[in-house]
Design a protein around this ligand. Sequence first.
Ligand code: HEC
Ligand code: HEC
Length: 459
Amino acid sequence: MRWTTWKSLAAVAIMVAPLMNCADQPATAVAPEANRHAPPAPRNVLTPDSVRRLASGRAIFPLESPRYIRPSLVKLGQALAFDKILSGNRDIACTTCHLPAFSTGDDRSLSIGQGGIGFGPHRTIQSGVFIARNAPPLFDIGAMKHLFLDGRVQVVHGRINTPAGRDLTPQMRRVLEFGPASAIAMFPVENRDEMRGYSQNDLGRVADDDNTRIWSTLMKRIGDVPEYRRMFEQAYPGQRFERMTFAHAANAIGAFMVDKLTFSNTPWDRFLEGHDNALTPAQLAGAQTFLTIKCSICHNGATLSDDKFHDVAVAQIGPGKGNGASLRDDFGRENISNNESDRYLFRTSPLRNVELTAPYGHDGAYSTLQSFVEHYSDSDLKLLAFDPSTLDPSLQGTFMPNAADILAQRDTLLKGVVLSDSIVTNLMNYMSALTDDRARDLNSLVPNRVPSGLPVDHP
Ligand code: HEC
Ligand code: HEC
């Protein structure tokens, strides 16, 4: 079926999709050999076709592969993503927190920014601090409309909207080829605790609200490296480096992420494209569960995220975003929309390659995938009984006693949801079909060297 027709049919189907309670256990019996001329299978009978129908009913589609991107742009973006030249004290790169060795996360509940030492779980604070949120994977970001866990780099009415407002000039916008994915790299470099640092360096000395100066200072640094000038001019044929802005750098990093980290060849994609045997029987049964209970009301679309914001009763840990009386809370989407009804809402996480990207939740408060799935069962009681003892010892004391406030905002879909052990197992089996084998080992993405000559982090 053509993409457009499929999509519009699905739009109709999703409205009539059964909103079953998570506790309603779907039947998992496998139907006898499918027969083209047989009457349609009754609801709840498990066949590959019935599962594909459920998927399109919930607007779940295979992920499209990214279009061709010129290799010179991807190569430039790769160099920049691994180069500590983008950080104030030249001590941290994008990939210090988004490490290929840890599926483009850092295997920590909360990242440690500039001033820290070491990699991933072994990184220590030194003169750095914890960042308020978990470093999410960089997978499939070209397919999402809202980036960052509160969606602050987003497409609104077809236009990219960012915290930089008008400082992202029309000339800069014209450079961005991949939507929000090509703008996002303009922001970690501004954050003092993540990358920029304080008065010890040229970037740190720029005032906080002076986006333009921060970006031009970065371009000056980059332009001092002749190899980078050549790479920029190759990546943007016919343009002189002197006339380029940091949007050209961010767009290149976006190109690298979209080209190298979009993974559209999972068993689930192959199954949706018609290969019945792409899923094991357990994965097929798991898919039916996922598609008939409430999970897929929020986790849908090609990335398995509705690209919207919900409160799903996740425990709050860490330094927070300066919210609430203690200034240690994180109000999530409210910080962007200024709308109190968005308090504690975070973007629905995409679920591709999710088995590789522990820990889970916007602040990494859940160390295993199973514990995150289990938290949906009686999520109110689970939040009230949250046990911080599984966390990094230095974060255990940061657990916020704000369960009542979070529960007051909890999405009504979660009310009354109880998941049996067998449903949890089924859901885990389904999510195991969302992994692209190529995402299991990303070490080939790490370059041997970067143009600045600074060391490349590679645990
Ligand atoms: C100190 C660790 C750290 C560094 C360095 C860092 N990030 Fe991140 N990154 C994070 C954290 C934490 C988040 C989540 C922040 C939030 O949502 O508020 C994030 C979010 C993102 C996202 C959003 C993903 C999504 O699902 O929406 C992208 C893309 C990204 N970073 C790319 C980059 C790039 C490119 C750089 C370098 C310019 C970079 N990051 C540097 C920690 C880091
Ligand atoms: C009301 C919408 C909604 C429903 C229903 C829902 N989710 Fe979620 N899911 C979210 C949101 C929002 C997040 C991010 C929450 C956060 O980080 O605070 C999330 C996060 C997750 C994560 C963590 C991913 C990561 O990378 O951290 C997993 C796994 C997950 N959901 C699986 C499920 C499963 C399985 C179900 C069904 C039992 C389900 N979800 C039901 C909205 C929903």
